[in-house]
Design a protein around this ligand. Structure first.
Ligand code: AMP
Ligand code: MG
Length: 532
């Protein structure tokens, strides 16, 4: 493919052209009733420098990799220079935060530059996160720090590599400005380097866009928004009507169920599943204090801000997604002649999640006969085994395909070897846990043999569902530590390896190891706050 440069993209502004905007251009925090967005330009930064670039996203847009460092591309991706056709705006949305209606939130530091069409005709919004204050910034500064921007950049691309629906990231730019953050909200603010990620998605519309209009009785705008989303992003649902809005809701429920199933499959914990962080396209959106399960633990959350109730813990995410969908359904109800029918969407969520996640479990274990309704003793046995001792979820599942299940004659240590590295305390394999593990593995092996599938076929199926490489929390922190000293090689390496997370990649095995002990309690590796 012939790639051109960023300057040659032409930008459209369908969102701005279709929806009602803020009549005022005052860039101060305020309520913006009756509008879906405020036109606002990014605030220039002192010294933009391109730190990282995603070739995959560039290719989607038809643009070639520019040189790293300062330059005209960094200027655009830092918001210092607008290209023809860009009509930058911050969107107005609301949200339920931690279960409570928070009213107007909006893009407090994200500014959408415009919509660009890729060579295949698909259109993508380019949005700068950390581009400066907007009318929705409330008490905050509109900026983002380098550490959280590295995390968003890498995780967006890692999730895509895993096949998990997500917003993407084109670039990471250092701003040269300092940003003050109190990382643990404990009265120790520090100046940190600032950065901006250029996020890319067909749309950044959230559940909260609908909620804000519904809550304020802005029903005409609500309808215009729903029509915009249907015609632009769900044209297959047909011309907008009450029935179409119901179909839209069901489709969002379906996609969100698929999304939650993927998160569960790969051990991803979003950390802040408020309704303003839920995409109307069913994408993972807003990478903040997210994390990856290392030791399998359904109660785990990386978000220290959520430590008390653990509302957004790993095992709770599907339920929370459903709760959030119920809020979206309420917001859509004024548009629907028979609002009682909205419950069908929630049924679609339940049935989709159970089918899709059930299929994923079958793939993870390489079995066709798994009863994934929760009654299969092989499954309940597996999850209680994983919880009993600190067991790395990623390593365990990856190793499972390599247990010599066809060779009943081989000795116990050959059976344990492929999953040995999953145990954070290797000594547990000298105690009673070894017998428990072996008992489960033998039970599993009997099931596998009963299905009589070729070994290669089973392994390929399992390897395609069980990544070898995920963005372990400490790996992201290592990339941040290096970037803080001006070294972006770790970011580039992780970007490259995590693009193919299901492949064995010789020479990269050190990125597939369990969390080292030094990282167990280190901030950023085990616990994160919303401060970003
Ligand atoms: P989050 O929980 O990160 O999704 O953010 C919730 C709300 O706070 C959104 O409206 C964000 O735009 C806003 N917000 C978060 N950080 C900042 C910041 N540094 N400056 C302005 N607004 C922010
Ligand atoms: Mg957010």
């Amino acid at each position: 493919m012939n790639l051109s440069d960023l300057e040659s993209l032409s930008f459209a502004s369908a969102f701005v052209d279709t929806l009602p905007g803020d009549p005022s251009s005052r860039n101060v925090p305020r309520r913006v009733p009756g509008a879906s967005y405020s036109l606002v330009a990014p605030t220039p930064v002192v010294a933009p420098s391109l730190l990282a670039w995603s070739d995959a996203v560039g290719a989607q847009l038809g643009i070639a990799r520019p040189p790293l460092g300062p330059g005209p591309v960094a200027d655009v991706l830092a918001g210092n220079r607008l290209l023809p056709g860009m009509r930058p705006y911050a969107a107005r949305y609301g949200g339920h935060q931690f279960g409570h209606w928070a009213d107007q939130l909006g893009d407090g530091r994200a500014i959408t530059l415009g919509e660009a069409q890729g060579p295949d005709g698909r259109s993508f919004e380019l949005q700068l996160k950390g581009a400066g204050p907007t009318p929705y910034s409330r008490q905050a500064d509109g900026r983002a720090v380098l550490r959280s921007s590295v995390r968003e950049f890498l995780c967006s691309e890692a999730m895509h590599g895993l096949g998990v629906p997500t917003t993407r990231a084109l670039s990471l730019v250092a701003t040269g400005d300092l940003v003050v953050r109190d990382m643990f909200y404990d009265g120790h603010p520090e100046a940190e380097p600032g950065a901006i990620v250029c996020r890319v998605a067909p749309s950044f519309v959230r559940f909260g866009h609908f909620e804000i209009h519904a809550t304020h009785g802005e029903i005409d705008i609500l309808r215009t928004l729903a029509d915009y989303v249907v015609t632009t992003h769900y044209p297959e649902l047909g011309a907008p009507s009450s029935a179409t809005y119901l179909a839209l809701f069901e489709e969002v429920c379906r996609r969100t169920a698929v999304l939650a199933a993927h998160w569960t499959r790969v051990g991803f914990v979003h950390g802040v599943l408020n309704t303003d962080n839920m995409s109307i396209l069913g994408l993972t959106i807003d990478y903040g204090p997210y994390g990856w399960l290392e030791g399998y633990d359904p109660t785990w959350t990386p978000n220290t801000t959520d430590a008390a109730t653990r509302r957004y813990r790993y095992g709770q995410q599907p339920n929370i997604a459903l709760w959030n969908l119920a809020r979206l359904g309420e917001a859509l109800s004024p548009l629907i002649d028979t609002p009682d029918d909205l419950h069908r969407g929630l049924e679609v969520f339940r049935s989709t999640f159970s089918t899709v996640y059930g299929t994923m479990l079958g793939d993870k274990l390489g079995l066709d006969t798994l009863d994934t309704t929760g009654e299969d003793p092989l499954l309940t046995g597996l999850f209680s085994l994983l919880e009993a001792e600190e067991t790395d979820m990623t390593i365990f599942f990856r190793g499972l395909a390599r247990v010599p299940v066809d060779d009943d004659g081989s000795d116990d240590s050959a059976w344990v070897a492929p999953v040995r590295e999953a145990f954070y305390d290797p000594a547990v394999l000298d105690g009673p846990h070894r017998a428990r593990l072996l008992a489960w593995l033998r039970e599993y092996a009997a099931r596998v043999r009963g299905e009589r599938r070729p070994r290669e076929q089973r392994m390929a199926r399992m390897d395609a569902a069980n990544p070898k490489y995920v963005l372990r929390n400490y790996l992201a922190q290592q990339a941040i530590d290096a970037a803080m000293t001006g070294d972006t090689d770790v970011i580039a390496r992780l970007l490259r390896v995590l693009a193919r997370p299901y492949d064995e990649q010789p020479g990269e095995d050190d990125l597939a190891q369990r969390r080292p002990e030094w990282a167990r309690h280190r901030p950023g590796c085990s616990a994160l706050s919303c401060s970003s």
